[in-house]
Write a protein that binds this ligand. Structure first.
Ligand SMILES: NC(=O)c1ccc[n+]([C@@H]2O[C@H](COP(=O)([O-])OP(=O)(O)OC[C@H]3O[C@@H](n4cnc5c(N)ncnc54)[C@H](OP(=O)(O)O)[C@@H]3O)[C@@H](O)[C@H]2O)c1
Length: 291
């Protein structure tokens, strides 16, 4: 996500982007933002003093915090590290930004919800995370100030990096079948579209909690079917299974539904495109560069 956002802020092309889409209708121009991009090597967010020193040195107007411990299953056995990065690290950034007069935009997750809802989750719904990762991200949210902007997003996938969509696409292209769960519902967020939403937030610095995802929900099986169809594979490509049939069973429990209701976003800015459009763009850009 970070790489797509840095390119977007620099006005450089981002693979899989829709150049006509910008939620606040203002195209990103080269030179609009002076960007300092930091990797894990440059800054460990668990180091409170290093975070404070880095923010003081650059004196930014806005900090977009995308650093996270994202290995959801590994986190179940690595609780202390996960909490240190996602909860304490976020707290260090909120504190340092407050001291330096910078606006913090911190990115969180749909996994703060337990999946027991009968509809998509809105910003006013109470979190109840089921996994260590979900708990750590929720603790991170709570370490933010009301003036910070917290973005909950879900099932993020970009052309770069490696996510579920790449695994499905690879198998579809190689003539292999896939089995995917049809009892976990969520909302896909294509990284290039989220990058445009983050640009809008960088400009407007609204504060508070925002749900951001592509429009319309789906299950992992529905994603697999769509990707299979994109590669011209027939109905036999994807088989629907239940979470209980996964072998080996995942260490971390996942919510059976964690689709995000983005009505608050849509009331203020343009909705992100439907996931089918976003994934179509992503696949088009991926086949152009895939090994
Ligand atoms: N991917 C999703 O489906 C998804 C869904 C909802 C929310 N999110 C959230 O979206 C944000 C971006 O996620 P992503 O998908 O881009 O994750 P990612 O690809 O795993 O990137 C996370 C980055 O954080 C860095 N990092 C880890 N520990 C760090 C530390 N102690 N200090 C500084 N940097 C550290 C990692 O560096 P190393 O790899 O070098 O350790 C990596 O560059 C995260 O907040 C994540 O929780 C993601």
């Amino acid at each position: 996500m970070g790489r797509d956002l840095v390119d977007m802020l620099a006005g450089a092309p981002v693979p899989g982007e829709d150049v006509r889409f910008q939620p606040d209708q203002r195209p990103v121009s080269r030179g609009e933002f002076a960007v300092v991009a930091l990797t894990h090597q440059d800054l460990d967010v668990t180091d409170r003093d290093a975070v404070a020193a880095m923010i003081a040195m650059h004196s930014p107007d806005v900090v977009v915090h995308l650093a996270a411990y994202t290995a959801v299953d590994r986190a179940e056995r690595d609780v202390a590290t996960c909490i240190a990065v996602n909860a304490d690290g976020t707290g260090h950034l909120s504190d340092a930004c407050a001291d330096a007069g910078a606006h913090l935009i911190a990115v969180s997750t749909d996994y703060v919800f337990d999946g027991r809802a009968t509809r998509a989750y809105g910003e006013t719904d109470a979190p109840h995370p089921r996994s260590v990762y979900g708990i750590s991200k929720w603790l991170g949210e709570r370490r933010c100030r009301p003036s910070d902007t917290v973005v909950r997003t879900s099932w993020v996938m970009g052309v770069r990096g490696r996510s579920v969509v790449h695994v499905i696409a690879q198998r579809a292209r190689d003539g292999q079948p896939v089995r995917f769960v049809d009892d976990q519902r969520g909302t896909v967020t294509v990284a290039a579209d989220l990058a445009r939403a983050l640009v809008t937030l960088v400009r407007e610095r609204p504060g508070g909690l925002w749900h951001v995802a592509n429009a319309e929900s789906l299950t992992w099986y529905e994603l697999a079917r769509f990707v299979g169809g994109w590669f011209g594979r027939d109905e036999g490509f994807a088989t629907a299974i239940t979470t209980g049939e996964l072998e080996p069973p995942p260490l971390a429990p996942r919510p059976t539904r964690s689709d995000l209701d983005t009505a608050k976003w849509r009331a203020r800015w343009t909705s992100l495109p439907p996931w089918t459009e976003g994934v179509d763009r992503l696949l088009g850009a991926w086949v152009a560069v895939a090994p």
